[in-house]
Design a protein around this ligand. Structure first.
Ligand code: SF4
Length: 275
């Protein structure tokens, strides 16, 4: 959340009010001032709620008001949905595994209204955002505001993905492992099946998407990782990222992906990143 302060340093809607009343239709500068004045008043990012929200409230578990990394190339706010049926042993968002509404979606929505023109997009992340039954309505809300919409998913809910796919502009999809290793990572049986169904949908939708894997050689050795990556490339995946597993953000990597493997992956995909 700390990155948010950079965007919050740009106040809007306060001082120009008097100028907008001065009229000046037809003058570009005056029009710009009026546009700013017509926006909802500047708002600080919403804070977690203290009172429990009604049962039907969307399970918003977190908010990053400004991010440059959650959708590469886009300035985005990130809305974290709380709830995930999987139990990946490396999960860094354990507090988002259990469904709970910690932020009031109405406040988040009002905040996003004040960021129009400053942000390109809203990314729904998690937890697993598709675990939220109200996600389609939330997506419509932010689309109506003119934002592009991104989704981070582990591919747990193919039917729900199918429901929202046409409203999405970009997806970052986790690939957990190869067939042999999937359930060991997720702690759930037969977990690769829905993920493959989601991948198939993304490929046939022609949507802009990235597949990424959180990788540690003890979980999947390099030769298995490369076989998995070749299979993804063969199926038509164009963007692939290997995210080195770390004990904590910024901590050193135990054993890095070899230069040879990185070279091959750069050849195999239109875009490849090792991060
Ligand atoms: S799918 Fe994501 S949120 Fe769910 S347990 Fe795994 S890493 Fe955590």
């Amino acid at each position: 959340m700390s990155a948010a302060s950079s965007s919050n340093a740009v106040p809007e809607g306060g001082s120009p009010q008097g100028n907008s009343q001065a009229g000046g239709a037809g003058r570009p500068a005056a029009q710009a001032i009026r546009l700013l004045a017509d926006r909802p008043a500047y708002a600080a990012p919403p804070q977690p709620v203290i009172q429990p929200l009604p049962r039907h409230s969307p399970a918003v578990g977190g908010l990053v008001p400004f991010s440059t990394v959650d959708w590469p190339g886009q300035l985005a706010a990130v809305v974290f949905i709380s709830g995930c049926p999987w139990r990946c042993h490396y999960c860094h968002n354990v507090e988002l595994q259990t469904r709970a509404a910690r932020y009031d979606w109405r406040e988040v929505r009002a905040f996003l209204e004040t960021r129009k023109g400053l942000l390109d997009a809203v990314v729904f992340s998690g937890g697993e955002p598709l675990s939220e039954p109200r996600l389609p309505a939330m997506i419509r809300d932010v689309k109506r505001m003119g934002y592009r919409v991104g989704l981070h998913t582990a591919g747990i809910y193919p039917l729900r993905l199918a429901d929202v796919l046409r409203h999405l502009d970009w997806v970052g999809m986790d690939i957990k492992a190869d067939a042999k290793g999937y359930d060991d990572i997720t702690g759930r049986r037969d977990s690769q099946r829905p993920a493959l169904a989601c991948l198939t949908q993304l490929l046939s939708a022609g949507l802009d998407f990235e597949c990424r894997i959180t990788w540690h050689p003890d979980w999947l050795d390099e030769s298995r990782l490369m076989a998995l990556a070749r299979e993804l490339a063969r199926r038509g995946v164009r963007q692939f990222a290997v995210q080195a597993a770390r004990a904590a953000p910024g901590a050193p990597v135990a054993r890095a992906l070899s230069n040879q493997a990185q070279g091959e992956l750069r050849q195999a995909f239109q875009e490849f990143s090792y991060r």
